[in-house]
Design a protein around this ligand. Sequence first.
Ligand code: MG
Length: 378
Amino acid sequence: MREDENRLAVYAARESGSRGRLRAEPSAAYRGEYQRDRDRIIHSTAFRRLVYKTQVFVNHEGDLYRTRLTHSLEVSQIGRTVARALRLNETLVEAICLAHDLGHTPFGHAGQESLNACMREYGGFEHNLQSLRVVDELEAKYADFPGLNLTYESREGILKHCSASNARQLGELGERFLERRQPGLEAQIANLADAVAYNNHDVDDGLRAGLLGIDQLRGQTLFADCYDEVRARYPELEDRRLIYEIIRRMIDTVVTDMIDFTQHGLDQYRPETIDDVRTHSAPLVAFSEEINHLHSELKRFLNEHLYRHENVRRMTDSAKEMVEQLFTAYLADPGLMPADFSGRAGSGDQSAKARVVADYIAGMTDRYAIKEYERLSG
Ligand code: MG
């Protein structure tokens, strides 16, 4: 059954105009195609593993920090709000947001950098491309096909960026990176919702971890404006609630700006179909210049003061070491991996073997990687 498409704007993604799945399937009795995509993602093994994967803080450092799973849920919440306000396809946005980090390695960016370095001679490792590999090939649940067999529009949204050499191998899905076209608006929303989510929850986690201070953050205009507003209204508020009142206002500021600015652009450009969106010279989902500037400032600030903070780096350095050692061990002896992986590795050349090892490591949770490391290093 198709979702009600009458409420959607003309330039929204719609199932009736979908480019379909890699392998055709009969439609479901009471769910739309993007609903099925979202549901398959939620039921996937990779999605469940996100709960034990690092966002910024290594998973076992504390119970209160965001994990990849809670990050993905926050991205989805923000994305759905924007989609609904702009009369775009909310279910498709939800599917893309929930899947966008499925290919992330254990240990956050440290894990990704390390695995990419290990894979340098074998085509490299991009976590975003890996998310696509997860839904296209690696999930092993269905009798009739590998992966989740998602619709083109979900896959287009999951693949946010891609190197030219990888794009050339992806057929239709890779074309836009070579021809500099845009994805649909739903994909564009998911992309910005990701940035809004981490910029804000990392402020929260950074404060909670004691690595950032309120006074230090008051140097950031987005934070300072909301701080002043909350302080003026609630002079006695304690820090924990103060911080949350600030962050909810920060999210509201940038999300409102994104909705207004994007709607304004759509009213001016007047795309008539999703393909008009795809051929537009730049993404139509965007912040105003002012908010874009402040949002990027905050991102730079977090980069300098949180992601590169000594305490964060100390955790991530040991993570890099573990990923490297695991990679070397499995590549030398694929038999150390479970049978389905060692079987796949056995039949290929060195480069194909390395790809199987990368798939195996990328799928690990933080704690499983640590356990494996301890097992292999005695
Ligand atoms: Mg993300």
